[in-house]
Design a protein around this ligand. Structure first.
Ligand SMILES: CC[C@H](C)CCC(=O)Nc1ccc(S(N)(=O)=O)cc1
Ligand SMILES: [Zn+2]
Length: 261
């Protein structure tokens, strides 16, 4: 039969993402969060975050973003509270960004787009025995989204930025130990939450999204370091890793809840 060309991720320009939404998807991500349509839910608790910096393992370039992986073999770096019924383990975090500061985030707030967005990916160890299994479970995952805006230098992020030249090419990896991702959290506790999906294949509808209302500030040099990464492997014609965000998806029959009035 016809040999299907390997469908490499970097070849799927974000524009094609929207065509790839899970067939008949009813809860796809990202979305535009309309402040006025969100519903304040007084039952939403404060989000509790306990990350153990020694669970940080390494950084790698997966051809779509750069990703920091964590040891998720025990309940050491966990989140709980918020809209969650139990605790979830941190597996990895990564970012999405644009070629220029005018765009880059996946979610939007009242159609306002940010230059970048951080995703902290967690899985439910109570209903699943592994991250890979949780991806297929309804509400198997929780992703915390944090917007990045252009402003002051972010000292915590700089440790990450300094490691990026070592993972310039797809499928490169560098050891990265002792990093506490809570330094990337805004101090404001306010968030929105809604039921959605992964924003890259397998696009499974297994994610409880928690989007922080307040962005963190990073400076121009830090954003430009993100844009020096490559989608391509060493030896290939270089393609800058930029615009690795998925287009907005329809809200359909969903309500976004807010933890704040
Ligand atoms: C076979 C499945 C494979 C193991 C999945 C690897 C993975 O982690 N995927 C993933 C995670 C998070 C997001 S996002 N951008 O936070 O919605 C998108 C995709
Ligand atoms: Zn993401």
């Amino acid at each position: 039969g016809l040999q299907r060309a390997p469908c490499r991720y970097a070849d799927l320009h974000p524009l094609w993402q929207s065509e790839l939404s899970v067939s008949g998807g009813t809860r796809q991500s990202p979305i535009n969060i309309q402040w006025r349509d969100s519903v304040y839910d007084p039952h939403l608790k404060p989000l509790k975050i306990h990350y153990d910096p020694t669970t940080c393992l390494y950084i790698w370039n997966n051809g779509y973003s750069f990703q920091v992986e964590f040891d998720d073999s025990a309940d050491k770096s966990v989140i709980m509270g918020g809209p969650l019924e139990n605790h979830y383990r941190l597996k990895q975090f990564h970012f999405h960004w644009g070629a220029i500061n005018e765009w880059g985030s996946e979610h939007m707030v009242d159609s306002k787009v940010y230059p970048a967005e951080l995703h902290l990916v967690h899985w439910n160890p109570v209903t699943s025995t592994s991250f890979e299994e949780a991806i297929m479970e309804n509400n198997g995952l929780v992703v915390i989204g944090v917007f990045l805006k252009l402003g002051a230098h972010h000292a915590g992020l700089q440790k990450l930025v300094d490691a990026l030249p070592a993972v310039k090419h797809k499928d490169t990896i560098v050891e990265f130990d002792v990093f506490d991702p809570s330094c990337l959290m805004p101090s404001c506790p306010d968030y929105w939450t809604y039921d959605g999906s992964l924003t890259t294949p397998p696009l499974t509808e297994s994610v409880t999204w928690i989007i922080k209302k307040t962005p963190i500030e990073v400076d121009q040099n830090q954003l430009e370091e993100f844009r020096m990464l490559l989608f391509t492997s060493a030896g290939e014609e270089e393609k800058r890793m930029v615009d690795n965000f998925r287009p907005l998806q329809p809200l359909m029959n969903r309500t976004v809840r807010s933890s704040f009035r």
